[in-house]
Write a protein that binds this ligand. Structure first.
Ligand code: SAM
Length: 207
């Protein structure tokens, strides 16, 4: 997967995303946002915001920045951002244009299996999170310890062609981050192939 290919794939997804994705992920998405426990006045970053399906679930008074590579997906998000404190930016989330410690919370929904380098996208989002801030990841991963079987490789090839990789391991993505506490790790869809994690950034290296 690379950015150019993702731009092509998500240009097509933009036409049908809002018709299908809420049916598949609506409940899990609400759970992910609820876990963040967002409060009025807080700043939230949504890297890879897509068509903005998280926006209706976010409480009023939260200041939201959404970044995405795809102008087609962002155009759909714009319609959902009306009358809300939402800033939408066309940006590669593997190299975020924000200072360290900017946001109170970061929401990684269905992103880390999509960007070319999931670890880079996670590290960048994490860098912009304030100490004490929290992040939620909702995505599918290859279960830790599970073998990459031929069937799973084939599935990977099929799903990568439509813009997502089911064969990444969460540990590989978050391994480079030392100031991180996993507060919860819930199995979600497809018997735990999807997971929802709440992470907190340690303050001054102390949990
Ligand atoms: C599966 S969609 C998820 C969208 C949204 N987070 C959601 O939960 O519905 C993945 C999104 O990641 C975006 N994306 C892919 N690579 C990216 C990159 N390098 N930088 C920013 N966004 C990227 C795609 O354009 C797409 O909108």
């Amino acid at each position: 997967m690379n950015n150019q290919r993702n731009l092509q794939i998500y240009r097509l997804w933009a036409f049908v995303y809002d018709a299908w994705i809420p049916l598949l992920y609506g409940r899990a998405r609400r759970r992910a946002v609820t876990l963040l426990d967002l409060q009025p006045g807080e700043r939230l970053l949504i890297p890879g915001i897509g068509t903005g399906l998280d926006l209706p679930h976010i409480p009023a008074g939260v200041s939201i920045v959404g970044a995405d590579l795809s102008p087609d997906m962002l155009a759909k998000a714009k319609a959902k951002a009306q009358n809300r404190d939402v800033t939408l930016l066309e940006m590669d989330v593997q190299v975020l244009n924000f200072a360290d410690d900017t946001f109170d919370a970061v929401l990684f929904n269905l992103l880390l299996a999509v960007v070319p380098d999931g670890a880079a996208a996670f590290a960048e989002g994490w860098r912009t999170l304030k100490p004490g801030g929290r992040a939620v990841i909702f995505d599918k991963f290859l279960p830790e310890g599970a073998a990459l079987t031929p069937g799973r490789r084939l599935l990977g090839r099929v799903l990568r062609s439509i813009g997502t990789d089911p064969n990444r391991r969460l540990n590989d993505i978050i391994a480079g981050t030392s100031d991180l506490m996993i507060e919860s790790d819930e199995p979600s869809l497809l018997r735990g192939q999807y997971r929802t994690l709440l992470l907190r950034k340690k303050v001054g290296g102390i949990s």
